[in-house]
Design a protein around this ligand. Structure first.
Ligand SMILES: C[S@@+](CC[C@H](N)C(=O)[O-])C[C@H]1O[C@@H](n2cnc3c(N)ncnc32)[C@H](O)[C@@H]1O
Length: 177
């Protein structure tokens, strides 16, 4: 093979790798919380607190490796989708969803949750920071239907009164009025 062709392919592969790493490691930190997975036991408590059933559409904002949406479908019978900015985690979670045979009920949308519709949700799970919760609150108030449950791990929504609070792990349940 022509050595210039080999060099060309190598450069393209390296560039693609750099783009993937940058969009995976940097973009999410500019628009929200970095990836720290919710412990599975806490994820289960979030879904229990929201009383998720097979009637629900669960949306995880910043769905990471997909553990909450997979659990919502597998253990609670819900339909679920996640919105995740990190392309590598989107690929990973889609693989997990396929492996669990849940492609008909669980999806992951790649992108910024601030610019995606969440109006279909009946339950929303959130593990972001205090500042992101503050900017997220108007979107949740505007888009979600009355009666939609919102569960936040670690950080409350400052301007709302939770209908239930748990400590260790810190969970806050809200119901849209
Ligand atoms: C603290 S982790 C929580 C992950 C997952 N929800 C869980 O509980 O295991 C936050 C996730 O949100 C993603 N994220 C942050 N800001 C985002 C945004 N504006 N849109 C989509 N995803 C975002 C990050 O890439 C990261 O995976």
């Amino acid at each position: 093979m022509d050595p210039w062709l080999i060099i060309g392919y190598t450069v393209i592969i390296i560039l693609l790798f750099i783009i993937a790493v940058i969009s995976s490691a940097i973009w999410p930190t500019l628009i929200g919380a970095v990836w720290i997975p919710t412990p599975r036991e806490t994820a289960r408590k979030m879904l229990e607190l929201a009383k998720v059933t097979s009637e629900d559409i669960v949306v995880d904002l910043g769905s990471g490796d997909g553990r909450i949406i997979v659990m919502a479908a597998e253990e609670f019978g819900a339909t679920a989708f996640g919105i995740e900015a990190d392309p590598l985690r989107v690929l990973w979670s889609r693989t997990v969803i396929r492996r669990h045979g849940l492609r008909d009920r669980v999806k992951v949308v790649w992108g910024n949750f601030f610019s995606k519709s969440i109006a279909a949700a009946t339950v929303v799970t959130v593990f972001q920071g205090q500042a992101i919760n503050k900017t997220l609150q108007p979107k949740l108030s505007t888009e979600l239907k009355p009666g939609t449950r919102v569960v936040s791990y670690s950080f409350p929504f400052e301007d709302w009164d939770p209908v239930e609070t748990q400590i260790k792990p810190n969970l806050f349940l809200y119901v849209i009025g």
